[in-house]
Design a protein around this ligand. Structure first.
Ligand code: TYM
Length: 330
């Protein structure tokens, strides 16, 4: 049986954090041994909000290096940069013509980013359509992502089904894949909102490249509650539950095991132990990142990845164009 095809992407916007790692990157690594995986640095998505051009290019290489630092092997998975495969933009346009403003205006991420303004950057509005193109361009079966992308995956499926209804067998309809523990890591200072790259307070997140001192500071000042019992109860104890989730995901222990370990202990004990677990998990990632980021092979790996991705995208795009009647008869 042919291997399943997996696609996912991360935006090169700096501050790749524990949420990105536990919700997405860890799955990427798990899947590389069992499926045909493509992992993309989605630089065209990043420009839906203004970016400093120099920084953007640096961040593209940062994310590509982090992919490898967390354990992705370019011999097993295809690692590449979105803008280097023009099919993403082409299919993005074709899908724009099959999507509706109504469904796009219901996307919660768009609503949050646009903050209710009357007029929005068009790219921000059609962002999920480009994301659908990323996925559908490779006949993807499985899309490993965090919970915050659920609605975008649903839209992608809707678009694929809609096109298939009109032009049968155009797209493979993909499924999202979510971690049991880690699909939604919350902010450390406000555990009712998700950990995010763009939050102002740097202590709201732990970035994968944070120093040991920064890790310690961010965890020790994480918001908890005044109840003083270590119990997993996201509704009533969001801060403590978030720390338990991170502990469980990084240590490989189940949440009940972590609860049992800290039975009768104080929040300070949990936090101190979590500092150690986090430092131990991130130190090797930081070390590998430093080796890879300025190595001469990084460019070769991304060149090779783009060539392999283009080869997979071409027949799919040809099929789509044929079904839509785009271009001259062959
Ligand atoms: P991005 O760059 O915001 O995030 C990358 C991945 O990290 C996950 N994630 C989280 N998981 C758990 N807890 C959190 N607090 C958290 N924050 C982020 C995201 O769900 C994501 O999986 N639209 C995507 C990028 C994208 C994409 C794609 C993904 C573009 N095209 C095609 C999959 C397939 C995004 O902005 O991810």
């Amino acid at each position: 049986m042919a291997k399943e095809r997996v696609f996912s992407g991360v935006q090169p916007t700096g501050n790749i954090h524990l949420g990105n790692y536990l919700g997405a990157l860890k799955q990427f690594v798990e899947l590389q041994d069992e499926a045909e995986c493509l992992y993309c640095v989605v630089d065209m998505h990043a420009i839906t909000v203004p970016q400093d051009p120099k920084e953007l290019r640096e961040h593209v290489l940062d994310v590509a290096s982090l992919y490898m630092a967390v354990g992705l092997d370019p011999k097993k998975a295809i690692l590449f940069v979105q803008s280097e495969v023009s099919g993403h933009a082409e299919l993005g346009w074709i899908l724009n013509c099959s999507s509706y403003t109504g469904e796009l205006s219901r996307m919660t991420q768009f609503k949050a980013k646009n903050k209710g303004r009357e007029s929005a950057p068009t790219g921000l509005f059609t962002y999920p359509v480009l994301m659908a193109a990323d996925i559908l361009l490779y006949d993807t079966n499985v899309v490993p992502v965090g919970n915050d992308q659920k609605q975008h995956i649903e839209l992608c499926r809707d678009l694929a089904l809609r096109v298939n209804h009109r032009f049968p067998d155009t797209f493979v309809v993909p499924e999202g894949r979510f971690m049991k523990s880690g699909a939604r890591i919350m902010s450390l200072d406000d555990p009712t909102s998700k950990m995010s790259k763009s939050a102002e307070n740097i202590h709201s997140r732990i970035s994968l490249l944070d120093t040991d001192a920064k890790i310690k500071k961010s965890i020790m000042r994480a918001t908890t509650d005044s109840d003083m019992t270590i119990r997993f109860d996201p509704e009533n104890k969001p801060g403590v539950s978030n720390l338990l989730t991170i502990y469980s995901a990084l240590s490989g222990m189940s949440i009940p095991e972590v609860e049992a370990k800290f039975d009768g202990a104080g929040y300070g004990d949990l936090k101190k132990s979590l500092v150690t677990v986090t430092q131990e998990a991130l130190t090797p990632i930081r070390d590998r990142f430093d080796q890879i980021r300025h190595s001469s092979e990084l460019d070769d790996i991304l060149d090779d990845g783009a060539a392999r991705a283009r080869a997979l995208a071409e027949p799919v795009l040809d099929r789509v164009k044929e079904h839509f009647g785009i271009g001259r008869l062959k």
